[in-house]
Design a protein around this ligand. Structure first.
Ligand code: ADP
Ligand code: ZN
Ligand code: ZN
Length: 673
């Protein structure tokens, strides 16, 4: 019998890997990448063996024995450990916090029964026996060229698949998958989507095209049992295609040969709490590490990605036309709300267009990115407004439920019968959310089948899917929705998109607001006219209601001109020294009193030397108070990523030792600042 020291990463907030002793015959030594059970802070915990050594610096009498090593599972690969290590380092988080939460609970619990059952279930599933694709359509020339380039790429090769909405990017992914699966016997492919519930068509497509291949899905709405099974299918190499949301980027895929990121510009790829990572950026790193191709697909690429493509670092593969020949891009028109005054939020030209679709039996979509009935109610006699007591925001009117609700802290109250300050009984809703639009439409078109799709109407599990099915079946005339309806859907009968009130985003102080608005408008506009010519024989239409018809952003949408718009934005960013020409990190602090949060940040600002890095002054966040907590932030910037990283490493060291009651967190490459 001999001793060895297992270096084990645990999911703890401490930035460390812990030493444990293990006694065994030399030939039975555990392997790096296996899971081991240890006792930590009087609890049993499963950790990951990241190294094995002969000696430890921990004194002999303090050193504890590991309790067990999970030998049923093959170890995660060295490359996977390196990926977790990179993410931990880059985002300044403890390794265990990166490596472990993505692993299903049943792998991590001490008992082996659930794991054994899983493994048994997995053994019963049909193996990937035949990668031959079925019913592949004939691709057009641009699609075929793109698929071949990706399918035959050798080594690290980032590709931007830049295709207008409806250009058939999905078919390119599937054809490239087919080529990779055919070429490499064990190949695994990771396909990432922003939100799986909004892209059910893709999963169906993949399964139908590759009936002889095991497809696993990884996303947050799986049950524990499902998650376990799918994770193991990926980890054991049996699943050849893994379809998942951002968390799938940290899954163990021993034979990964291709990564696809659909809608790469989508902000959902960024995790907004805990480990605030960008799944897209990690995916690019993973592809580089494994020397494999990666496809970033979008009709409106993020400026970061576009910048890389312009500089030649990513191969640009364009799809300039819609795949269905007769499905020309919709005509985008602006409606001047100063001239055509709206009633119930709808201008006369939009109402007329809706009427025409009703007559033709075609579908319309009204897009409004604001749920609820109205964003605030007010008293016209004394000026009272429905503030949230706990947040710097308003309570939103949800009329059907007789409630006011804060969308930030979920505080609810009954609608007051009279004004709380002056007693006036005539309280007025101000502004318009999807529920109010629905009510107005119902009055205007009593015979129409109207369906609203937003976070409120789809709370129940499965209800979003039901709603989308209703639209696909053609049982809806007018669809009203938030950004939930903008993404990816291929509604065949939809020939009109009305965009109700996009102007507010034009004047946001967030420098990314116009990039986002443009992407959102192009996305939602892209839902129209996908199946080809309408019965009326005319192209599908997108009507944008605005008070700023001269704004260049709208001009770019009208002309479907992403290229020019993106170039102009990039030029602005360069002149203003903003990302992607600058690298940023944001230190956030929260405390019951704003002064404490600001004081902590001021102390943090001055505690470390910082050559090559600019530290701005601490400021309150634009929505300062949420749920009775005040929030402030400190922005750190540098034109050099390595300089910023070096500074952050040292800075975090000092901050972790600082005694403070203030809760703080660091975000690298923040999206919202
Ligand atoms: P995107 O993701 O680029 O918006 P999709 O992949 O959803 O576009 O494709 C749009 C439509 O075109 C779909 O209905 C799809 O079935 C169809 N399509 C794609 N490629 C072809 C092709 N080569 N031949 C015929 N139809 C195609
Ligand atoms: Zn009042
Ligand atoms: Zn609130």
């Amino acid at each position: 019998m001999a001793h060895c020291i297992l270096k084990i990463a645990l999911d703890t907030p401490l930035n460390a890997v812990f030493d444990y002793r293990w006694t065994c015959e030399d030939i039975d030594r555990p392997q790096i990448g296996q899971f081991a059970l240890v006792s930590f802070a009087r609890r049993e915990m499963m950790g990951l063996i990241v190294d094995i050594a002969d000696h430890s610096d921990v004194p002999e009498d303090k050193l504890k024995d590991a309790l067990a090593v999970r030998t049923q599972l093959s170890p995660v690969s060295k490359q996977w450990l390196a990926l977790a290590g990179f993410a931990a380092d880059y985002y300044q988080r403890p390794l265990g916090e990166v490596a472990l939460p993505g692993v299903p609970k049943n792998v991590r619990v001490p008992k082996s029964v659930p794991l054994d059952n899983a493994l048994k279930k997995l053994a019963k599933l049909p193996d990937s026996h035949d990668p031959t694709p079925h019913n592949m359509p004939v691709l057009n020339a641009e699609q075929q060229a793109a698929a071949d380039f990706i399918g035959q790429a050798d080594g690290y090769q980032p590709v931007l698949l830049y295709g207008v909405t409806g250009s058939g990017k999905t078919e390119v992914y599937l054809q490239a998958c087919a080529e990779v699966l055919e070429r490499t016997p064990e190949a695994q492919i990771l396909i990432m989507v922003p939100e799986i519930n909004l892209t059910p068509q893709l999963e169906g497509n993949i399964r139908a095209r590759f009936p002889g291949v095991m497809v696993a899905t990884l996303h947050s709405s799986l049950s524990e049992g499902e998650r376990m099974l799918h994770w193991l299918a990926a980890h054991t190499g049996r699943a050849r295609i893994v379809l998942g949301t951002r968390l799938a980027i940290l899954s163990s895929l021993p034979h990964l040969k291709l990564i696809v990121i659909d809608e790469e510009h989508d902000p959902s790829y960024k995790q907004q709490e805990g480990l605030r990572y960008s799944a897209r950026d990690l995916a690019v790193w993973r592809a580089w590490q494994l020397k494999i191709p990666i496809v970033l697909g979008s009709a409106t690429p993020s400026l970061e990605t576009w910048h890389h493509a312009q500089a030649g670092r990513y191969k640009l593969l364009p799809l300039r036309e819609r795949a269905v020949k007769s499905a020309v891009l919709p005509q985008v028109k602006l409606i001047d709300m100063e001239r055509d005054k709206p009633r119930d939020g709808l201008t006369p030209p939009l109402v007329a267009a809706l009427k025409l679709r009703m007559e033709r039996g075609e579908q319309s979509l009204l897009f409004l990115n604001r749920r609820g009935y109205s964003p605030v109610i007010c008293c016209e006699s004394c000026g009272w407004v429905s503030d949230c007591k706990r947040c710097t925001s308003f309570m939103v009117l949800h009329k059907g439920e007789y409630k006011l609700r804060c969308h930030h802290c979920s505080l609810e109250m009954r609608i007051p019968r009279h004004c709380p300050t002056c007693g006036n009984i005539d309280l007025q809703p101000v502004g318009r959310g999807t529920q109010r639009v629905e009510e107005g439409l119902q009055a205007m078109f009593p015979e129409a089948r109207i369906l609203r799709i937003d976070a409120d109407s789809t709370r129940r599990k499965g209800s979003a899917q039901e709603a989308f099915d209703t639209v696909h079946r053609g049982d809806v005339d007018i669809l009203i929705g938030t950004q939930m309806v903008a993404k990816g859907h291929d509604f065949k009968k939809l020939t009109l998109v009305g965009i109700m009130n996009p102007d507010t985003a034009l004047f946001s102080q967030d420098y990314r607001a116009s990039e986002r608005l443009f992407a959102q408008l192009m996305q939602v506009a892209g839902r129209a006219g996908r199946a080809g010519q309408t019965e009326g024989g005319s192209a599908a239409e997108v009507l944008i209601q605005t008070r700023y018809t001269q704004h260049p952003l709208y001009g770019a949408v009208v002309n479907h001109d992403y290229d020019r718009f993106a170039s102009a934005l990039l030029q602005e960013r360069q002149q203003a020294a903003l990302p992607p020409y600058l690298f940023q990190a944001l230190l956030r602090a929260e405390a019951p009193e704003l002064a404490n949060a600001l004081a902590f940040l001021a102390e943090a600002r001055d505690c470390v030397e910082h050559p090559g890095v600019t530290i701005n002054d601490p400021i309150p966040m634009s929505m300062t108070r949420v749920h009775n907590v005040d929030r402030a932030q400190l922005l750190v910037e540098s034109p050099s990523r390595p300089a910023l990283q070096a500074f952050l490493r040292e800075w975090m060291h000092v901050l972790r030792d600082m005694k403070t009651r203030v809760k703080w967190s660091l975000e690298v490459d923040p999206l919202d600042i």
